[in-house]
Structures are given as structure tokens and as C-alpha cells.
Design a protein around this ligand. Structure first.
Ligand SMILES: Cc1cc2nc3c(=O)[nH]c(=O)nc-3n(C[C@H](O)[C@H](O)[C@H](O)COP(=O)(O)O)c2cc1C
Length: 308
């Protein structure tokens, strides 16, 4: 090995053979396995930053947690109660508002839906009805209950609850729907507004193409051509982090999983098929959805369609 050749062959060797030599400070392709293999090394930082693990440690609950107690206490005052009561109740301009039809019955017994759920990556190519899509969205994260809250200054506000649980009732995850082949619904990008139970039209066919371009999954793995819709989970992390700090990001990801499983079970119970699809280029998807990727970020996606 020539140390002074100007070409750092050592790093290439490391990458090719996964030699455990994290002290090599070179630019090169590094596998996740290399990083894992070198976790215990003294200079592991040369191979990998530890941001993911930093997140786990930064989001630990410690006792006493004075910052946490102070931050949470803010949420029991009248101002925040009113804010929470208005959550996601944004007025929808008439030209963007798309009414959803009544749900169809999803009568499959829960145990059977759990047993039957499987990732389905190929579909018949037939459209899914708007009523079926509406059912899936409502069962995934629709509003199912209301409760009156008394204000300290007198009077009442109404809190709303959904099918999926949410840390502090902050509901930081929104469902964006890409309608590819949904009966009665123009091809386009929509946002499900659970409080008013409507879709908000946010983009047309060109935006659909941009969303699809963000996915790296080959058509042989997941058939977007025969799918009827794509649901993208978009998180607003600060909704939870303002109250819970970094731990709030755990809640965001946890809640994404809750909503996603609700969605899969709803799809299964309707005799449709779905699969998770996390293989998207984040920056492209954010650009296509018109979100910044930090204050609002795509955290997951599900493809669904009619069974073959
Ligand atoms: C977080 C997550 C991300 C996933 N991403 C993809 C994906 O990008 N492409 C894909 O084909 N399947 C994806 N899947 C589906 C898994 O491959 C699938 O759940 C697994 O193989 C188990 O099969 P089952 O869902 O039929 O039980 C993902 C699943 C989860 C939970």
C-alpha cells in the first residue's frame, strides 16, 4: 500500500473487503455493514456519524424532567385547549374541496383481517371506488369521537379523537392521497382533512407524475401502473416536539405506524390490497408535495389497489 500516492487505495480496500480500519479518513462508498462492524472502534466517528443513535439518546425520558414538565404544563391552559380544539379545522376553499361519499361496510371480523393482511404489490388495474377510498381514509385516521372540555375562564371547547391514537392528541401525521385510478375522482394529489372529512385538492396530473418519479421501487417490485392510489404520510414533527421535545419525534413515527396498520386492515377488510413503500427519494417527494422536508416531511407511504 502506498501512503503517499495521492490516491487513497486504503479506503478502496476497506470498502471492497470491509477491513476494520475506521481510522482511514477518506471519501469513499461505505456500507452500513462497515459502519456496524466498526461500532466498537475507538475512532468509529471517522467511518460514521451516529445521528440515529444520538436521536435515541436525546429522546430518552429522564427524571426529573423539569423542561418536560414545564413544556407540557403549557398545554393545560385555555389558550392551548382552544388551539387543540381547532386543530386541522382549517377552512377549505370551495375550489379545492372534494366531498367524499359515504363509507362502504367494512365488515370483515378483526381477527380475520389481521390474519389475511399481506403486502400486495400487484393489482388488477381496475379502479377503486371513491367510497372505498373514503372508507380506507376514515378507518385509517378519521374522526370517531368528540369530547367537551371545560375552559378555566368558563365556556367549553370540543376535542376530537380519531381511529389512531396520538400522543397528547396532537395528531402530527396527515394523509396525502395520490389518486391514480379512483372512480369519480380526478387524477391528482389530495390531502385528507379528517375534521371536515373532505379531500383538499392540492395538485394535478403533473404533480402525480412528480410524486411517482420520487419512488425508486422498480415496477417489477411494486406495480404503480396497476395501483389505484398512493397514500403518503406527512408529519409535522414540531406539533409533538413543541410539547415533548425530541421524544415527540418518536411519537410521530409511532403514530405513523398506527395509522398505517389501520389503513392496511381497512384495505384488507374491503378485499383490496396494499403494501408499504418507503423507497422514495425524500427531496423529490417533498418537492412534489410542496413541503420543506423538515417542518413537514414525508415519513411513509402505502400503495393500494384492487386485487388481481
Ligand atoms: C416500514 C416499512 C417499509 C417498507 N417498505 C417497503 C418497500 O419500500 N418496498 C416493498 O416492496 N415493501 C416494503 N415493505 C413491506 C415489507 O417488505 C413487508 O411488510 C415484509 O416483507 C413482510 O411481508 P408482509 O407485509 O406480507 O407480512 C415495507 C414494510 C414496512 C413495515
Amino acid at each position: 500500500m502506498q501512503q503517499d500516492s495521492g490516491f487513497d487505495e486504503f479506503s478502496v480496500g476497506i470498502n471492497a473487503y470491509r477491513v476494520m480500519a475506521p481510522e482511514a479518513r477518506a471519501v469513499g462508498v461505505r456500507t452500513h455493514q462497515l459502519r456496524f462492524d466498526n461500532l466498537g472502534a475507538e475512532s468509529a466517528g471517522a467511518v460514521s456519524s451516529r445521528v440515529a443513535e444520538d436521536f435515541l439518546t436525546a429522546s430518552r425520558l429522564r427524571a426529573p424532567d423539569r423542561e418536560g414538565v414545564l413544556s407540557a404544563s403549557d398545554y393545560f391552559g385555555d389558550t392551548m385547549v382552544t388551539t387543540l380544539a381547532q386543530l386541522d379545522d382549517d377552512p377549505v376553499p370551495a375550489h379545492q374541496r372534494v366531498e367524499l361519499p359515504p363509507s362502504v361496510p367494512a365488515t370483515m371480523e378483526l381477527g380475520e383481517a389481521l390474519m389475511r393482511r399481506r403486502s400486495v404489490r400487484g393489482y388488477s388495474g381496475d379502479p377503486v371506488a371513491a367510497a372505498e377510498l373514503a372508507t380506507v381514509l376514515r378507518l385509517a385516521d378519521g374522526v370517531t369521537a368528540e369530547a367537551d372540555i371545560e375552559l378555566l375562564r368558563g365556556g367549553r371547547e370540543t376535542y376530537r379523537f380519531r381511529t389512531a391514537p396520538s400522543g397528547g392528541g396532537l395528531f402530527p401525521v396527515a394523509l396525502h392521497v395520490v389518486a391514480l385510478d379512483v372512480g369519480g375522482l380526478d387524477m391528482g394529489v389530495y390531502r385528507y382533512q379528517p375534521v371536515r372529512d373532505v379531500l383538499v385538492r392540492e395538485g394535478g396530473q403533473a404533480d402525480v407524475d412528480r410524486v411517482l418519479d420520487a419512488f425508486t421501487t422498480p415496477g417489477t417490485a411494486i406495480s404503480f401502473d396497476t395501483a389505484a392510489a398512493l397514500v403518503v404520510m406527512v408529519a409535522s414533527p414540531w406539533r409533538s416536539m413543541r410539547k415533548y421535545g425530541p421524544r415527540g419525534l418518536r411519537f410521530v413515527l409511532h403514530e405513523t405506524g398506527c395509522i398505517t396498520q389501520n389503513l392496511h386492515l381497512a384495505v384488507t377488510s374491503l378485499g383490496l390490497g396494499s403494501t408499504d413503500c418507503a423507497s422514495f427519494v425524500d427531496d423529490r417527494l417533498h418537492a412534489a408535495l410542496g413541503i420543506d422536508g423538515v417542518l413537514r416531511a414525508a415519513v411513509h407511504a402505502v400503495v393500494l389497489g384492487r386485487l388481481e
